[in-house]
Design a protein around this ligand. Structure first.
Ligand SMILES: [Zn+2]
Length: 253
């Protein structure tokens, strides 16, 4: 599942591939933007903000959000992609091709106003302007709100998705349903969030346990019915809400 670290890494890969290069092909397969052609324009920057990604090309800024299943894939132009009809956009620069697949959001914005699309976001966990105090204040601003809901609210801080949400609740010892107002040290919690994303920003195999081996990489997420790594109690889960939650009934209160 793409979270802030995935977007940060994706932006880094796209930057390395496209920045400073002239587009030799621009194929946008979304009716609204089908006539937009940025061929001949230079890619200036690739920016990530929370879970949003911007590719600035000439006067335009291509804004994408991966949502649940999206990805950007980079490969040589002579290698066919297996994504086929799921490709929403193709950008080529000489011998390299970047393809946006199953994107949740794809829009072409005016470059000068592209940041309006993310003006509602709280402090970006992986941003240069990360502000832990503001994020901590946002986290407990509504004390009755369930912690998981507050952590996932991108207006509180930008970058946490459902995997990190569940993992953060575990490492800080709170149930996902605990009221945000019960958090004793919200500053420490947002700093843990930052640390988790920061450690994972340059790799695809995400780990919160410090062990990147498959099956050992996460504390509770996706581990319903398995033993808690800390106390051995069976991990519980609840999928009745909008998102599935996982927790240890002993380690978390
Ligand atoms: Zn436990």
């Amino acid at each position: 599942m793409p979270e802030g670290d995935t977007i940060w890494h994706t932006a880094a890969v796209l930057r390395e591939t496209l920045a400073g290069r002239t587009l030799t092909r621009c194929d946008i397969r979304v009716p609204r933007y089908a006539t937009v052609d940025l061929t001949g324009q230079v890619v200036d920057e690739v920016i990530s903000r929370g879970k949003h990604l911007f590719i600035r090309v000439g006067p335009a800024s291509i804004h994408t959000h991966l949502k649940m299943d999206g990805s950007w894939q980079v490969f040589p132009v002579d290698k066919p992609s297996r994504a086929g009809h799921r490709i929403r956009i193709i950008l080529e620069a000489g011998d390299v091709r970047a393809a946006g697949v199953d994107l949740g959001v794809l829009e072409v914005l005016e470059r000068d106003h592209d940041m309006d699309a993310v003006a509602h976001l709280g402090p970006d966990l992986l941003g240069d302007d990360w502000d832990p105090r503001a994020a901590a204040n946002n986290l407990i601003a509504d004390p009755d709100r369930p912690l998981a809901e507050a952590l996932l609210d991108q207006r509180v801080m930008a970058g946490v998705g459902n995997v990190y949400c569940n993992e953060l609740c575990f490492v800080t010892g709170y149930l996902p349903t605990a009221p945000a107002g019960a958090i004793k040290d919200p500053l420490r919690m947002v700093q843990r969030a930052r640390d988790m994303l920061w450690l994972n920003r340059s790799r695809w195999n995400r780990s919160t346990t410090g062990d990147t081996r498959r099956g050992r990489d996460l504390w509770v997420y996706g581990r319903a019915g398995q033993a808690c790594r800390r106390c051995g109690t069976i991990i519980e889960s609840d999928s009745s809400g909008e998102r599935v939650s996982f927790w240890c009934p002993v380690c978390q209160t």
